[in-house]
Design a protein around this ligand. Structure first.
Ligand code: NDP
Length: 487
């Protein structure tokens, strides 16, 4: 059977590359190649830059309210095509349909809608200085690059293009080589909605294509989502032409469960924050610190619910709530971390093995895994695993657990479960993380800025302030009286 071949999406249409080089994309739940994609060669790269420059000229000349109307049409199309797009995400990522159907497209559409609404509300300042005055304009940056990870491909493309386009920029987006189709679908939808050709382009390929984007002097900004190590390379490369950067990187986030917490709610949060999207979420609370007084109750309920309520299998089955990991390589990496946890003395409470469900026997599944008897210096407690692997630790003292929670170079997210409102705020204010939850975990509405402290990131996505990351301020001084000159 021949599989489809997708070309790069440049200047409003698919464009064939010259080398003929392609890569294959597999369905992680079946291990089968589902389509091929052409790699962005030099011809495509040059065309993408020219296209984005022309797109920028057309798009930035439109009024914000015109841009807003068009983006809102794209939002309506995204929602109309929810099921078709959700299926693309399931086949590319291996995540369960029951998630993609109500989260991936929806949260992407929400963010574009949010920024479309804000587009006409961007205003500059004006201030008198004596008889003279100055005013400021919020101007777009120009051509921006977006580079995405594979866990939420369409959502990441929407989160990056929403604010960029609302502010009047053009975008060249590179999805992960593992999950290239969602961004192509978004590009088609933008064209259908009336976004001018060239405003949103999709280039395909692996690290080399990303490196080309980060080094290209025609690109003013790079918004990157991916691993910390890759983020450092991206930033170093972007420094060559002093590009603006936004970095959404990895995490090893703590969840603190105090002894007055609703333990069942805390277990729900811990399971969501470790097993949703089979653990492939950057903000996951992979270090669970539980107060010694509720520890036994917590792990008893966690074990029962993990063993009874998780259904792994064909991700398109609406009953399935645990999908396949993105690749064989990633499955092996996650299993390697589990081995390391055992070697270093942690105890498996449940899980720990690869899974081969009857409905998807060749998929890259890993059992939902919980380690207890964990110590802060174990590899599984220190490093991001990006799979369904939770480490549970015990604590006794509030100040001590805050210090332990903060003892990491990462700072993406954190959570606290307690019924004491003063403690909740006191503790959360001391946790070194950019995205925090109290008696909740993982919610990320378009209105709320998200991003990391420490090595988890730079800049923010979502929320009003993100528009500032896609604009530059021009100050204009206006003289109202004769110039006083000594010359
Ligand atoms: P990677 O860092 O491996 O890749 C991210 C993207 O960068 C991919 O498109 C990749 O291409 C590309 N890339 C790889 N090398 C370079 C380079 N030298 N220059 C430019 N681009 C490059 O991350 P993953 O895709 O493995 O995603 C998982 C990571 O993403 C986790 O660490 C996770 O925490 C983080 N993440 C962070 C989020 C946040 O908002 N903070 C959200 C989601 C994920 P290709 O894959 O095609 O090789």
């Amino acid at each position: 059977m021949t599989t489809p071949v997708y070309e790069n999406f440049i200047n409003g249409h698919f464009l064939k590359n010259q080398t003929g080089d392609t890569f294959a994309v597999k369905n992680p739940a079946t291990d089968e190649v589902i389509y091929h994609v052409e790699i962005a060669d030099e011809f495509i790269q040059n065309a993408a830059i020219e296209s984005a420059k022309q797109g920028f000229a057309a798009w930035s000349a439109m009024t914000p309210i015109e841009r807003s109307r068009i983006l809102l049409k794209a939002v309506a199309i995204l929602r109309e095509r929810n099921d078709e797009l959700a299926k693309v995400e399931v086949l590319d990522t291996g995540k369960p349909w029951q998630e993609a159907e109500c989260v991936d497209v929806e949260t992407g559409a929400d963010v574009i809608e949010y920024f479309a609404g804000l587009a006409p509300a961007q205003v500059g300042q004006q201030q008198m200085v004596g008889n003279d005055f100055y005013y400021t304009r919020k101007e777009p940056l120009g051509v921006c690059a977006g580079i995405g990870a594979w866990n939420y491909p369409l959502q990441i493309a929407c989160w990056k293009s929403g604010p960029a386009l609302a502010a009047g920029n053009a975008v060249i987006f590179k999805p992960s080589e593992e999950t290239p189709l969602g961004a192509i679908k978004l590009a088609e939808i933008f064209i259908e909605a009336g976004v001018p050709a060239g405003v949103f382009n999709v280039v395909q390929g692996a690290a080399e294509v990303g490196q080309w984007l980060t080094a290209n002097p025609n690109i003013e900004k790079v918004s990157f989502t991916g691993e910390v190590g890759t983020g450092k390379k991206v930033m170093a490369s972007a420094a060559g032409s002093l590009k603006d950067v936004t970095m959404e990187l990895g995490g090893k986030s703590p969840l603190l469960v105090f002894d007055d917490a609703d333990v069942s709610q805390a277990v729900s949060a811990a399971m969501l924050g470790n097993f949703y999207t089979q653990g492939e979420i950057c903000t996951n609370c992979t270090r669970i610190y539980v107060h010694k007084n509720v520890y036994q109750q917590f792990i008893d309920e966690l074990k029962t619910r993990t063993e009874q309520n998780i259904i792994a299998g064909d991700p398109m089955d609406p009953e399935v709530n645990l999908g396949a990991l993105i690749s064989k390589k990633h499955q092996e990496l996650v299993l390697g971390y589990i081995d390391k946890g055992i070697q270093e003395g942690a105890t498996l409470l449940t899980g720990g093995k690869a899974l081969s469900p009857a409905s998807a026997p060749n998929g890259y599944f890993v059992e939902p895994t919980v380690f207890v008897d964990c110590k802060d210096d174990m590899t599984i407690v220190k490093e991001e695993i990006f799979g369904p692997v939770m480490s549970v630790l015990v604590f006794d003292d509030e100040d001590d657990v805050i210090q332990r929670a903060n003892d990491t170079h990462l700072g993406l997210a954190a959570g606290v479960f307690t019924k004491d409102i003063q403690r909740a705020h006191r503790v959360i204010h001391q946790l070194q993380a950019g995205i925090c939850w109290i008696n909740s975990y993982g919610n990320s509405p378009a209105e709320m800025p998200v991003g990391g402290y420490k090595q988890s990131g730079i800049g923010r996505e979502n929320g009003i302030e993100t528009l500032d990351h896609y604009t530059q301020t021009k100050s204009i001084y206006v003289g109202m009286s004769n110039i006083e000159s000594p010359f």
